[in-house]
Design a protein around this ligand. Structure first.
Ligand code: SF4
Length: 87
């Protein structure tokens, strides 16, 4: 095998390894960010609605009883200061 072929294969393999490493790192960071939720106290969460605003009408609600941004059990009829109405 001549030197050009050997170098070319090395470049291809190194590039593939770097790409895989970057993709893996991005996935880990993304998962870590997704797992960070704030406490119910910090969100000023309450188990009752605020006027006509309720968790089940919020963009961040994850049925049956979770929220994208707030920790713990979330009641569909609850509310917090991060309320974001569905369209
Ligand atoms: S009102 Fe607050 S706790 Fe309820 S779903 Fe929306 S962001 Fe989550």
């Amino acid at each position: 095998m001549n030197d050009c072929r050997r170098i070319s294969r090395r470049v291809v393999l190194t590039s593939a390894a770097l790409s895989l490493g970057a993709a893996t790192a991005a996935a880990v960071v993304s998962r870590a960010v997704a797992q960070q939720k704030i406490s119910q106290a910090d969100a000023k969460y309450q188990a009752a609605p605020k006027a006509d605003q309720r968790c089940d009408g919020c963009l961040n609600f994850q049925p049956p009883n979770a929220c994208k941004f707030v920790q713990g059990d979330i009641s569909p009829s609850g509310w917090c200061q991060l309320f974001t109405p569905k369209s």
